[in-house]
Design a protein around this ligand. Structure first.
Ligand code: PA5
Ligand code: MN
Length: 191
């Protein structure tokens, strides 16, 4: 028999608790605070002032026990808390998959979206509870919370995909999502 993960991952049931944003059995939990998002927000002055004063948690990612190794299919739930920095909505760091592989995001609670950028074209896909966002191979992706409650989604992705955060810092994300005078708007991402 071919084995992929070490130790081998046996067939198993994973329970998903949408309100807790958790998967059981679980693997790692990642917490990102505002200070972890250096270079992400357009207004670097407001960004520095806000993380120096309160440094709130922007998002957390709880993974299942399936590891990120080739041929496995890991999953995680991301919870982005509501908020903004200089009017720009709370977001994930955003990354490109070094091994170009597709990914799906399935909306669990709240309202959010995925900004996607392939280096030329840019897209914004809205996600609500029950919708699936498809991220094709070669498209960098960043999630944002566009509502006033926590936005949660399940991600399922090939274990070989990887996370390249440097690509986004170098190439940008194509678009930015702001809340201005109560209106949600998309702006071009100027590098
Ligand atoms: O694999 C994914 O695309 C997601 O699970 C993300 O890693 C998660 O949403 C957090 O985003 P980022 O990795 O850009 O910080
Ligand atoms: Mn990804």
């Amino acid at each position: 028999m071919t084995s992929y993960a070490v130790p081998n991952i046996a067939p198993h049931q994973i329970s998903l608790d949408a309100s807790a944003g958790s998967l059981t059995p679980s693997g790692s939990t990642l917490i990102r605070r505002l200070s972890d998002l250096a270079g992400c927000f357009e207004n670097s002055k407001v960004f520095k002032a806000e993380f120096a004063s309160s440094n709130p948690i922007v998002y957390q990612v709880i993974s299942s026990a399936v590891p990120e190794v080739p041929r496995e299919l890991p999953q995680s739930i991301t919870t982005i808390f509501p908020g903004s920095c200089g009017g720009e909505l709370y977001m994930t760091k955003g990354h490109q998959h070094p091994d170009p592989q597709g990914e799906i995001y399935f909306g669990l609670e709240g309202i959010g979206g995925i900004i996607m950028f392939d280096g030329k074209e840019k897209k914004y896909v809205e996600i609500t509870s029950g919708t699936i966002g498809y991220i094709p191979p070669g498209w960098a992706h960043r999630s944002i919370n566009s509502g006033s409650t926590a936005y949660k989604f399940l991600a399922v992705y090939p274990g070989s995909a990887g996370h390249d955060y440097g690509w986004v810092l170098e190439n940008g994300m194509g678009l930015r999502r702001f809340s201005e005078s109560g209106k949600l708007i998309l702006k071009d991402f100027i590098i």
